[in-house]
Design a protein around this ligand. Structure first.
Ligand SMILES: *[C@@H]1O[C@H](CO)[C@@H](O)[C@H](O)[C@H]1NC(C)=O
Length: 409
């Protein structure tokens, strides 16, 4: 048994000068997804570790051993006590079982790799952690996720939910800037967790975040989620029409988010959460508390914090349309079209908004200006007027590409 384990490690670690890669995932009753995705992962990793929740009841273990042949693959079982501790255990198992492998890529059963993007050269700088591109499912566009870890046994995950990796050696979290592997994974719907109601999931996450806040009072990451999840939950409860409960959640959300939006600087993640906090503060005022004035103020705060985080701009322009403030909407749309392609973020990618929503809203703004005899001269003397054909073409291109826009959805 021992000899076999050693052989497997060696098989996993040699091959070439390029760093070796272990693909690791946690699962509970995801046999169907594993059947679909493991054959693709088999071509990506040199070896595999699957952590199965001790409550697992299906044939995941057999499927994994069968589908990953001839690559070395190991399975272990764990008792679930939160996402952070489960991932910590997973990385420890990887290090213990395959100590010679250079890197571990953490993925989930509902993810499959875009195989052509996986070039092992991406790891040649031998950094302690790398990011991959995640897309699909609920989120629009792509986002960067730090999922590739040096297999040195020094990593653990903090928090019960929305867990974050920490490297023991440095004491603090991941480096401020994380190198991008350019590797893409796509997340599909259909996991067991997807089957639960969204309100239930959000409520569960909020409960775990509150628990974590007892251990780390005022932690910026937890504070952000404590606000954003209250907004999410209140939005879900709108269907059930529980007025007082929604108001209470919304009021608490704006309080927490406003506080979080004032906490600047720090890691990339902290700064991006800062602008997202301001955005969800605006959304809470708009969608839940019916306070347009406050909403507008917070959309503008968000735009100041992070000009190319386009969610705030799109929402503000839509709000101005609803209020029939067409001239102002037009100016905001023109400003937004002047921005270049937005940076890739750790969450809430503005890319699709840049390609679709902004051109669509600009065309709409031009149209509203044009049909109003009072506003038309202002439009026709604006520098944008001669470029209208190009703007209209950009929005048509989005339609043609079948681009998804917040507008339509
Ligand atoms: C045209 O725009 C002006 C200025 O915004 C507004 O007061 C007026 O109501 C608009 N007219 C129509 C027909 O919408």
């Amino acid at each position: 048994m021992l000899a076999l384990a050693c052989l497997m490690q060696l098989a996993c670690a040699v091959a070439s000068d390029l760093p070796s890669l272990l693909v690791a995932m946690l699962a509970r009753d995801e046999e169907q997804l594993l059947r679909k995705h493991l054959p693709l992962w088999r071509d990506i990793g040199d070896c595999f570790v699957l952590g199965l929740d001790s409550r697992n009841q299906d044939a995941s273990e057999e499927i994994a051993s069968e589908l990953l042949v001839p690559k070395p693959a190991q399975v272990f079982h764990f008792d679930f006590e939160g996402f952070g501790s489960a991932k910590t255990r997973l990385l420890q198992e990887c290090h213990q079982r395959f100590p010679l492998v250079h890197y571990v890529l953490l993925v989930e059963p509902d993810m499959f790799p875009v195989v052509s993007t996986f070039h092992r050269e991406a790891l040649s700088q031998r950094e302690s952690v790398y990011a991959i591109h995640r897309s699909g499912k609920e989120s629009r566009g792509e986002r960067l996720a730090d999922c590739v870890f040096r297999n040195d046994g020094l990593w653990h995950f903090k928090f019960r939910v929305h867990e974050t990796p920490v490297r023991r050696a440095e004491g603090s979290g991941v480096p401020e800037r994380i190198s991008d592997t350019g590797w893409s994974v796509v997340e599909i719907s259909g996991s067991v967790r997807d089957g639960q109601s969204r309100a239930l999931k959000v409520r569960d996450e909020l409960r775990l975040v509150k628990e974590d806040l007892k251990d780390y009072p005022g932690h910026p990451r937890l504070t952000y989620y404590a606000g954003a999840l209250r907004y999410d939950l209140a939005m879900e409860l709108r269907e059930e029409g529980d007025g007082p409960k929604i108001q209470a959640l919304a009021k608490k959300a704006v309080k927490v988010l406003a506080r979080r939006s004032r906490e600047g600087a720090g890691s990339e993640e902290h700064t991006q959460q800062q602008s997202a906090a301001a955005y969800f503060c605006a959304r809470s005022y708009l969608d839940l508390l019916g306070n347009n004035q406050k909403a507008e103020q917070w959309f503008r705060t968000t735009m100041k914090l992070e000009p190319d985080f386009l969610y705030a701009r799109v929402a503000l322009i839509q709000m101005l349309f609803r209020q029939q403030r067409f001239s102002e909407a037009f100016k905001e749309a023109v400003d937004a079209t002047k921005l270049g392609r937005p940076r890739l973020r750790l969450f809430m990618d503005s890319g699709p908004l840049h390609v679709c929503d902004i051109p669509l809203l600009s065309s709409k703004a031009i149209y509203y200006m044009y049909i109003n005899a009072t506003l038309r001269p202002e439009l026709q003397s604006h520098p944008v007027w001669p470029q209208r054909a190009r703007l209209l073409a950009a929005s048509a291109a989005c339609e043609l590409a079948g681009g998804d826009s917040a507008e339509r959805s």
